[in-house]
Design a protein around this ligand. Structure first.
Ligand code: BEZ
Length: 192
């Protein structure tokens, strides 16, 4: 079974004729870029909410024990806070490979703290990708995150780093903070 979206993203090709563009990060990109960028600033997009509904077989889990990582799901009127990076298209090659486990590029409008708006890209894993896990209880999601780890490290570190980064942005993300709280309970129950 292939989870690889690299070829689809290369074919999509949007924005590649531009010298630079904005990329909106809402998951690990908030706290770790791992690529060169021209500038970065907090931003929001409208109509999407963060959910730990995407399986991770290659970063925070394995094919046998997949982790759970963030994607965005449509939610009319919702505002999602993240970090926007002004990048050159060369960065796509890196990101298409790094995020090849089901994420596709979408164009979106983003809004910056000073009120400016611009169009850019965001990587989203949708329900039709093969690594999709979908909704589950907060308890089940936290339990899965507690036991998963992959080449990029423990799934718990991804969750806790994201929660901390969201607090630093003053983001009110009930889904992420509920999973974080349940993870800490699970770890306390297991003396970790
Ligand atoms: C992000 O952190 O925004 C992100 C999530 C999935 C793929 C690429 C980026």
């Amino acid at each position: 079974m292939s989870f690889d979206t690299t070829a689809a993203n290369r074919k999509a090709g949007r924005f590649e004729d531009r010298d630079e563009l904005w990329l909106f990060g809402y998951g690990s990109l908030i706290y770790k870029a791992g690529f060169d960028y021209i500038e970065r600033q907090p931003a929001t997009i409208t109509g999407w909410q963060r959910r730990f509904w995407q399986g991770s077989h290659d970063h925070r889990g394995t094919p046998d024990v997949p982790g759970r990582v963030a994607t965005l799901v449509e939610a009319p009127g919702a505002i999602c806070i993240g970090m926007a990076y002004r990048i050159t298209p060369a960065v796509f090659g890196h990101l298409d490979h790094r995020e090849k486990n089901g994420y596709l590029r979408f164009a979106t409008e983003m809004r910056f703290a000073d009120g400016r708006r611009d169009e850019g890209l965001v990587y989203i894993a949708t329900a039709d990708n093969e690594a999709w896990l979908g909704d589950a209880s907060i308890d089940a999601i936290a339990g899965q995150i507690a036991v998963s780890h992959g080449p990029s490290g423990p799934n718990r570190d991804y969750l806790l780093n994201l929660a901390e980064a969201l607090r630093a942005l003053d983001a009110d993300d009930a889904h992420v903070f509920a999973i974080e709280a349940r993870l800490r309970e699970i770890e306390a129950e297991h003396g970790r």
